[in-house]
Ligand binder design. Structure first.
Ligand SMILES: [Zn+2]
Length: 370
């Protein structure tokens, strides 16, 4: 049977098409309106951003947007005075850009010396406060997260200057000493070579029956002697199997490891000369002299290891390579290796619950040699 012609359905499609066209036209118009609105809005926004700012060296316009005083100058965010008279000029020095506060260029060299952002001062928390003004300063002070730094011109031209550390916590001062081999806070690891590399301290023998004839710096020797007396009194005597090792001794020790195991393994087992804490005269290796374990390898978990873990701080000593800290210290857990840091620091580390010296002082991790 022949199908009926299009019938009513023949009429409807054009109607639908028409509506579709109208709808499409309306949508198109709305889209155009939307585009125009967006464009106008973004232009307006950009216009605001285009207002010349003092930072980035942009020229400050005459009668700038900041409050202008009667002398025709503008106080910018950091207190820098910017001339806004008939002649415009670039703003000296550049004030803060965005949320970060700039470090005053006069303070920056000292901040960099103190290890910059990675050091104990961290980042600036406020703009520098300079007297009499930033452009002709004779002194500037700036606050950082970890303390403050002060710069003072020594002469009229500020050709030479003196730095002072303002409000800096004890821990930060200790960090400043981490580079000094004479300091009990010196930090030596695989990324921190001793300076000078062949540094040699004055040493004395560790006293008492368990000193083993080993030598250390006087303050460390006394601390180790006292600790050995303490552990002996607790009924589990130990002795100092190794203590100070000179640069030359360390060099030959390391070389023998290299010839036996190759460089890669040697770096795990022994420190390169100039990178060993034993060369500071502040570290000793202690092993039990009674009981089933009388060697380094079996010491973890022994009563002696636990006693040292618990009591070392009372003598100003720390277990320098604690468990689970190899990524930071560069060494596996060494329950036998104690390091003298002084009673104040050892107690602070314990109170802070931070057994890793690098982490406590805010120094970078030293998992391996550079
Ligand atoms: Zn050791």
């Amino acid at each position: 049977m022949a199908r009926r012609g299009p019938g009513p359905s023949h009429v409807r499609p054009p109607t639908r098409t028409l509506w579709r066209r109208r709808a499409a036209a309306l949508a198109g118009l709305l889209a155009v309106v939307l585009v125009v609105v967006v464009a106008v809005t973004s232009l307006a926004g950009r216009g605001e951003e285009n207002v010349p700012l003092a930072d980035g060296g942009a020229v400050v316009p005459v009668g700038g947007t900041d409050s202008t005083d009667s002398t025709g100058s503008t106080e910018s965010a950091d207190g820098t005075t910017v001339a806004t008279g008939a002649t415009t000029r670039k703003a000296p020095p550049p004030p803060a850009a965005g949320p970060a506060v700039r470090i005053d260029p006069r303070i920056e060299p000292r901040w960099t010396e103190l290890r910059g952002e990675a050091g104990f001062l961290g980042l600036p928390s406020a703009a520098a406060d300079c007297t009499p003004s930033a452009s002709v300063a004779t002194s500037c002070a700036q606050e950082f997260d970890g303390g403050s730094l002060v710069w003072r011109a020594d002469d009229e031209d500020a050709a030479t200057a003196t730095y002072a550390t303002g409000d800096i916590p004890d821990g930060a001062v200790r960090l400043a000493e981490a580079n000094d081999p004479e300091s009990t806070y010196v930090v030596v690891n695989k990324r921190r070579e001793l300076d000078p590399v062949d540094y040699a301290p004055d040493t004395v023998a560790i006293g008492g029956p368990d000193g083993g004839g080993r030598v250390l710096r006087a303050d460390a020797a006394e601390a180790v002697e006292d600790l050995l007396a303490g552990v002996r009194e607790a009924g589990m005597p130990m002795y100092a199997r190794s203590a100070y090792r000179s640069y030359a001794e360390q060099r030959s020790t390391y070389s023998s490891w290299v010839s036996r195991l190759g460089k890669e393994r040697a770096d795990v087992e022994s420190a390169r000369a100039g990178y060993s804490e034993h060369q500071t005269g502040l570290a000793a290796d202690l092993v039990p002299s009674t009981g089933p374990c009388r060697a380094y390898g079996c010491m973890a978990g022994t009563d002696q290891a636990r006693w040292i873990e618990e009591h070392a701080y009372e003598y100003g000593l720390i277990v320098r390579f604690p468990e689970g800290a190899q990524d930071v210290t560069g060494y596996i857990h060494e329950p036998w290796h104690v390091r003298y840091v002084g009673k104040a620091l050892a107690a602070d580390m314990r109170d802070a619950g931070e057994p890793v010296l690098e982490t406590y002082l805010g120094l970078p991790a030293a998992p391996d040699y550079d």
